[in-house]
Ligand binder design. Structure first.
Ligand code: DLL
Length: 433
């Protein structure tokens, strides 16, 4: 089912004409109301009147995550603070979080984006949707919630975690649709097996999975183990949250809600805009957002765009499922972690050496695990084991409290980690992506 046939199946010329109008309106609004953008455009010698066609978009400067952090908390507002109805923030671990500020208009089209997502996978107003994305500042919980409400479905706002309860609710309330991270869905399946509950016997038929990388192989595993259809959904806090792009029942690429989120692919090294079909960094502009529009935001996510005649009838541009990121950010159970943050903690602890390796894996439980191997000085190694144990615990506690992830720490003898003549290989990601 197509939730909004007019918008999602619009012909391309009409779509482009509307996008240009929305672009121009957004650019005028941010130039007039957001000093950050006014300065940026002035510095680049760009005036709102210069935007006469969609080709002119490439003249507008990019916005980076670093800049968004600099505008914390309200620096990107294009409306009076009184107009806001909600705030979200990135799961960004340390440092300044990225803020999303929403007016009622923004919440409404966010709800519509997610309602389109649900309809895209065959969910309808008759369905009971168990939403196991985290509620709170994270956009996953409330974004999916607004979508379920806009669709007119029955939303169960169970939030993330508490696996036993998830299974109980799934069984007792006869859940039709589950929303969670793909890795968690496999964990649910496994826990169900251990409790003697066969998910396959339940009415559950669809899952909407995103917020972390997953592969086609994993989709097949999920579909087989839960006996459901598993759909990839994509989004990010900076742009709106989930609802930016979603798979339809064809499961051949993600349709971008391009009437709200204007996509481009660029060469991450040069910033040059690449044609459809070429792989590069995804850039988004919110062309209908009021509260805090984002202009040409460099997501760091790598994919390509294409327009095919999708059997579902939607004409929206598609993106291939993500290939990875152009930076080295790791997503561990949904928490964003940069290797540099781990490095920082290691180095601050006396006795460690700056030789370390981060090993990320997805074990039998299907949940991400992270192991940090770090060399310690000879003297520490020859000390009593209780000192080694103390250091290990200290590092692990600091990583947990500062970054929000549980890491296994392995202290190793000097020179036991392989050196490199070029760039050191800091991260070994064994997850099969
Ligand atoms: O993860 C929003 C979301 C919630 C999306 C629920 C889907 C479902 P952030 O925490 O800001 O927002 O993380 C955004 O996560 O730039 C991607 O690198 C990654 N990501 C999101 N969806 C996918 C996906 C939410 N389907 C960052 N596949 C993005 C791979 C994804 N990576």
């Amino acid at each position: 089912m197509i939730f909004n046939k007019d918008a999602e199946s619009m012909n391309i010329e009409q779509r482009k004409a509307q996008q240009l109008k929305d672009w121009q309106k957004t650019i005028r609004a941010v130039y007039a109301n957001v000093p950050f953008y006014k300065k940026k455009f002035d510095d680049a010698g760009f005036k709102p009147e210069d935007l006469q066609s969609l080709e002119d978009v490439s003249k507008i400067p990019f916005t980076t995550k670093y800049e968004l952090r600099e505008t914390y908390p309200y620096g990107l507002l294009a409306v009076d603070k009184k107009e806001l109805v909600e705030i979200h923030m990135s799961s960004g671990t340390t440092g300044t979080p990225v803020v999303g500020a929403y007016t009622q208009h923004d919440i409404n089209f966010w709800g519509e984006s997610m309602a389109r997502t649900f309809a895209g996978g065959g969910a309808s107003s008759s369905d009971t949707i168990q939403n196991a994305y985290g509620y709170g500042l994270f956009t996953g919980g409330l974004g999916a919630h607004y979508g379920a409400r806009t669709l007119g479905a029955n939303a169960i706002p169970i939030s993330a975690g508490n696996t036993a309860k998830q299974l109980q609710v799934m069984r007792d309330f006869q859940t039709d649709v589950i929303c969670c991270t793909p890795s968690y869905s496999l964990y649910l399946a496994e826990s169900a097996r251990e409790e003697g509950l066969d998910i396959k016997d339940l009415p559950l038929r669809i899952g909407f999975f995103g917020a972390e990388p997953w592969s086609e192989e994993m989709r097949q595993q999920i579909e087989a183990e839960l006996k459901i259809k598993a759909y990839d959904i994509y989004g990010l806090t900076e742009i709106i949250g989930p609802g930016v792009a979603f798979e339809c029942e064809e499961q051949e690429g993600l349709h971008i809600n391009e009437d709200f989120f204007y996509p481009e692919i660029i060469n991450p090294e040069t910033g040059e805009v690449l044609p459809e079909g070429e792989k590069g960094e995804l850039v988004f502009t919110t062309i209908t957002r009021e509260g805090a529009p984002i202009i040409r935001y460099r997501t760091r996510d790598i994919t390509y765009l294409y327009r095919d005649k999708c059997k579902c009838g939607r004409t929206t541009v598609k993106m291939h499922r993500l290939f990875g990121r152009s930076d080295d950010m790791l997503i561990i159970r949904g928490v964003n972690v940069f290797p540099s943050q781990i490095e920082e903690i290691l180095i601050q602890n006396e006795g460690t050496q700056p030789h370390y390796q981060i090993i990320v894996d997805r074990g039998e439980s299907h949940l991400d695990s992270i192991e940090v191997m770090v060399e310690v000085e000879e003297s520490v190694f020859s000390d009593e084991t209780k000192d080694l144990e103390k250091l290990r615990t200290k590092i692990s506690t600091e990583i947990k409290s500062k970054l929000g992830v549980n890491a296994k720490i392995r202290l190793v003898e000097p020179k036991s980690i392989q050196r490199s003549e070029g760039k050191a290989k800091r991260v070994i990601d064994k997850r099969k992506m």
